[in-house]
Write a protein that binds this ligand. Structure first.
Ligand SMILES: Cc1ncc(COP(=O)(O)O)c(C=O)c1O
Length: 437
């Protein structure tokens, strides 16, 4: 290890950055400056090494700068530079579109291009409204879908994110995410078997919103940034019944869960859910290039008059990176490793739960893991200060974890060996011990 972060070189750069960057971005920066990344290790310019359990917010699935994916992207860049793929197709468009349809539900038959996850969600919501002719979209409290107008409006991770503009974006309603640990709903006798669905039927759609005005539902199949929360099984059958009954479109935001993160190629597979639309991004570019996509059924995308995308969506190098990423999944047993990491994580998380009263809940779905710290296990009052302290102590011991939201999120590389994850949990355990004092 070099000088404890922030080391002297980082400190000088960070101070100057704070003076020129937008303050909101400047304040979010971590206390070091990256010199380089190797696999799932990050090196800072002061000589410190970190084990990375953030993975570029889940955009780097297969280790840093995977050589085959990087090569594919660089070769495409040399050959094409950029092209506005909305106007002129290149060699990679057809194989990528066909491949995406081949590896997802057979109901999904069309693809649209997006630059990233945010743009994919923006496009998906436009399609939902156009296909149904209805204005209202149902999102979930705790969900995150990006920072742009529509994506920001359908999301509701924490209220400060929409500070200043929530009132300017009508057409969205939010229901508490079906979170087994925090749901405010009881399962009532004679209901659907799921409290969230009962609430939607008995309250939201009965009192406040006429279902004839609802285009559909946008949901993360596993709530990612909001803390790795998987809905109970009964929720999914309740939701698909609801969508069928009222003709709502179901859009799965797989931007963070897609491409293996939850142990299946897409999280909806884990619950046998067949969405009408799917938004993709992040890991699709293999951690090398930005790219996103929207996949849809014929009903959800059977028109040509919705304007979508932007100049850099499906840049040739991004498509080449995405194709090579899928090829790596075909060549290597990555999903098996994800499930092995999930098993190891569940054991380690269980021990943390037993050891520390301050740990209110722990969760793991594939390579998505979270620890939720509380002031009191009975009241479940969140302890954000402790969450941030644990992240700080972890960082001082060479472990990067994400404390930017309501829980401590861990999202290791899908190809990290189980031994490295075990080492990360030893560091985390020590960090919690120090943080709780
Ligand atoms: C579920 C989900 N959807 C959409 C987005 C937006 O993706 P991006 O920021 O890559 O555009 C994110 C980003 O964190 C996400 O987690």
């Amino acid at each position: 290890m070099g000088a404890a972060p922030p080391g002297p070189r980082a400190q000088r750069i960070l101070e100057r950055l704070q003076a020129v960057l937008y303050k909101g971005t400047g304040h979010d920066l971590g206390p070091f400056v990256i010199n380089g990344k190797h696999d799932w290790r990050v090196e800072d310019i002061d000589g410190n090494m970190y084990l990375d359990l953030i993975s570029g917010m889940a955009s780097v699935p297969l280790g840093a700068a995977h050589p085959d994916i990087t090569e594919a992207a660089v070769a495409a860049l040399r050959r094409y530079g950029n092209e506005d793929t909305h106007y002129f197709a290149h060699e990679f468009v057809l194989p990528l579109a066909e491949k995406l349809l081949a590896i997802t539900s057979s109901h999904l038959v069309r693809v649209d291009m997006a630059l990233n996850g945010t743009e994919a969600v923006e496009t998906a919501v436009r399609f939902m409204r156009r296909a149904t002719g209805r204005p209202i979209v149902i999102g979930f409290m705790g969900g995150y879908h990006g920072e742009a107008g529509t994506a920001g409006a359908v999301g509701a991770e924490t209220s400060d994110l929409s500070f200043g503009y929530r009132a300017l974006l009508p057409g969205y309603v939010h229901v508490p995410y079906p979170n087994p640990y925090r749901t405010p709903f009881l399962v009532r006798p004679g209901g659907t078997g799921d409290g969230t669905i009962d609430y939607m039927r008995d309250h939201l759609l009965h009192h406040a919103i006429d279902p004839r005005e609802v285009a559909g539902v946008v949901i993360e199949p596993v709530m990612g940034s909001g803390g790795c929360v998987a809905p109970p099984d009964a929720f999914w059958s309740g939701l698909t019944d609801l969508c069928r009954e009222f003709d709502f479109l179901l859009c799965a935001d797989e931007v963070k869960t897609g491409f293996g993160r939850t142990g299946t190629m897409f999280a909806v597979e884990r619950w046998g859910v067949e969405p009408d639309l799917m938004a993709l991004g992040k890991a699709m570019g293999g951690g090398v290039m930005p790219i996103g996509a929207v996949l849809g059924t014929e009903r959800a995308m059977d028109f040509d008059d919705v304007s979508t995308g932007s100049t850099w969506s499906w840049l040739p190098a991004s498509c080449a990176a995405a194709l090579e990423t899928l090829a790596v999944f075909e060549r290597q047993p990555i999903l098996e490793n994800v499930r092995a990491l999930e098993g190891a994580a569940l054991g380690a998380l269980g021990s943390l739960m037993e050891k520390y009263q301050q740990v209110g809940d722990v969760r793991a779905v594939g390579c998505f893991m979270a620890v939720e710290f509380v002031k009191d296990r009975v009241t479940k009052e969140r302890d954000m200060e402790l969450t941030r302290r644990v992240a700080w102590e972890s960082l001082q011991q060479g472990l990067l974890v994400d404390a930017s939201t309501t829980s401590l999120n861990l999202q290791p590389s899908l190809v990290m060996p189980v031994e490295d994850l075990a080492r990360a949990f030893v560091i985390l355990d020590g960090a919690i011990a120090r943080a709780v004092g």
